[in-house]
Design a protein around this ligand. Structure first.
Ligand SMILES: [Zn+2]
Length: 312
């Protein structure tokens, strides 16, 4: 008899454990769907849980899909917008290049500072000074290019020498003015060396100007990876001593300041249509550049030491 009673009691206990109280489950889940299902069908609690889970996942899943759709729609509108812009750009060429003028301060430094910078420049030790410093030391004259300047797409590696080869003798400023008069897109070099040795800086050399033909130039030289120097010359004129002294000091400065790996003549990299710098003595230039680079003497003394065929 006792065993029978025990069996009944244990059975009742088991039933109580198997069917948890509705109030207990309600506190476990706050989901509205769950409570709703529970009220409808309070007898089948284990099944309820499954149903609730399914409903919840379904809801979340649909939500995700909706958001995805919205996102895709937004992306498509953007792509359409950008496509429209590009086609406009292709049709209408920009009236202005990227940069009209590069900002260069020209307020002069004190006499002592100027003297120090000028001496460093002549001895090929001015690499620590910026082109603007050299303008403020009155070593360079800032004579700006207006237009024809753009941001570089590559690092500076080459220096290209040119000669202006104007029809009639002209000074460096006149050459720059003739470029600027062409319009916003025009040729130009960052530096010009005038007949009297004056060095013009037309743009910050960290920006590119158009002095070689990017489509026909060889040996990997482009406007984006090079700096250009124009030597002012016309007809049968010889380069002047002052001009060549300034050039060698300038070339040394640019090499030092901008990590130049090689100096080329325009005709060397664009032989199809260019021969400049015309009648240029490369042997003498290289020799003097080496002298100034070794720090033996300044550019002027270097030129007096070498056999200079240039006019005085
Ligand atoms: Zn050239």
């Amino acid at each position: 008899m006792e065993s029978r009673w025990l069996a009944i009691v244990s059975l009742l206990l088991l039933i109580n454990i198997a069917l948890p109280l509705p109030s207990h489950t309600a506190t476990l889940r706050t989901n509205k769907t769950f409570i709703h299902v529970q009220k409808r069908n309070p007898a089948k609690s284990p099944a309820k849980k499954v149903i609730t889970k399914k409903v919840v996942t379904k809801k979340v899943a649909t939500k995700k899909v909706v958001t995805k759709k919205v996102v895709t729609k937004r992306v498509t509108t953007r792509t359409v917008a950008s496509k429209k812009k590009t086609s406009k750009r292709l049709v209408q060429k920009p009236a202005k290049p990227n940069i009209w003028m590069t900002p260069i301060k020209s307020a002069p430094y004190s006499a002592a500072m100027r003297k120090r910078i000028i001496a460093s420049f002549k001895h090929g030790r001015a690499g620590k000074y910026s082109p603007e410093d050299l303008v403020r030391a009155k070593t360079f004259v800032h004579y700006p290019l207006k237009g024809g300047i753009r941001k570089r797409t590559g690092a500076i590696r080459y220096l290209v020498l040119h000669s202006t080869e104007t029809e009639r003798p002209a000074d460096a400023r006149r050459v720059v003015r003739s470029w600027n008069n062409i319009g916003p897109r025009h040729p130009g070099t960052q530096f010009l060396v005038d007949r009297d040795g004056t060095i013009l800086l037309t743009a910050d050399p960290n920006y590119a100007t158009v002095h070689v033909n990017d489509r026909t130039s060889q040996r990997g030289v482009t406007n984006d990876n090079s700096i250009g120097i124009e030597l002012v010359r016309s007809g049968k004129q010889k380069y002047t001593k002052k001009q060549l002294r300034s050039l060698v000091a300038l070339a040394e400065y640019i090499e030092d300041r901008f990590n130049i790996s090689r100096v080329y003549g325009h005709g060397e990299i664009q032989p199809s249509d260019r021969k400049d710098p015309v009648a240029f003595n490369w042997g003498q230039f290289t020799k003097n550049l080496a002298i100034i680079q070794r720090g033996q003497t300044d550019a002027e003394t270097a030129y007096n030491q070498t056999n200079d065929p240039a006019e005085g």
